[in-house]
Design a protein around this ligand. Sequence first.
Ligand code: PLP
Length: 379
Amino acid sequence: MSTPNEANVSAFLAGRPGGRIFNFGPGPAMLPDAVMIRAQQEFLNYGGIGASILEISHRSKDFVAVLEEAIALFRELVSLPENYAVLFVHGGARMQFSAIPMNLIGLKPAHRAAYVETGVFSANAIKDAAPYGTIETVASGRSDKFVRIPNVDVSRIPGDTSYLHITTNNTAYGTRWNKFPETGDLPLVGDSTSEILSRVMDYSRFGVVYASLQKNLGPGGTAIVVIRKDLLGHALPFTPPLLNYATVEKGQSLVNTPSTFNIYFTREVLRWVKEQGGVAEVERRNNQKAQLLYDELDHSTYYKPLVDKAHRSIMNVTFDLPMPEALEAFLKQAGKEGLYSLKGYRDVGGVRASIYNGMPLEGVQALISFMKEFERSHG
Ligand SMILES: *Cc1c(COP(=O)(O)O)cnc(C)c1O
């Protein structure tokens, strides 16, 4: 192995298109270079129609074709069963923290829902759901400082509960569920914002899976919602039409003007995932990237990984340095080398490297070279 040094790090960056850095930020996050370049190429004149995709009607045949292809590609890539609908909705994932209870809590007359608290976003989901019924936190990792996923005893969840909500990957802490709870007839709802399409997932285990786009799919402001069709049509009476999944499904995600650019961009990312060989191949690469980084952490006596080995995320890798001064120097120096936005979430501290689908292997290698060099000169 060659000795890692600063020249190596700059060499990695030298090959980057358009002077692009390696962005390790949690989101909006780095998107695949190939997709960024393609979107730029066809920005002024989409498909030879003489206008941008931004400038044509959301009901035009050209845009409807984009929307339909995005949905078909998503279905194909996750092997989605026929009895699920795929929707594009406004407002990102946070809006779904309200929309989920509005749409689902009425499934049972008790208006009761169960939540597992595993980090920042699941805590917000619990808070946002509170106005719509009885929200019970059936398990929480809070007393463990969210370094692992707590056990959930599904048999103790009351029978009149409408759904169980989990966050499949915890962006701030860097943990994920490896084994989803067996919920039987109780619909399982998953916020997969920070890992959608990063690993093979059995959607038939879920009633709903939702995600904002800006980590693995595209720009912010829009979410994708995958819902089992029998769960549609139970929304609370005051649910606004744009938050009512049955209305959105009936209107084929075109009830009003959606973010046409976001949907277009998502289609390009989905095409890219397919070109890479599909979700299984993307998962293999993600495992490889994460493994390199975790191996570095496990072999170092300087860096300290922050979460339980059994629940490590392959999307958000968190670790700390021995001293706050060293951390500050690390972040500052990394930024200068084009390794951007590595600061950990404010309640967690330390370093967080978000390595979503769009982060190339070279980015992770550059980070590891930098870490070795930093440890050598500061450790
Ligand atoms: C980023 C994130 C969100 C918030 O997404 P918004 O689009 O900002 O609403 C929600 N949940 C998880 C797990 C996330 O990572």
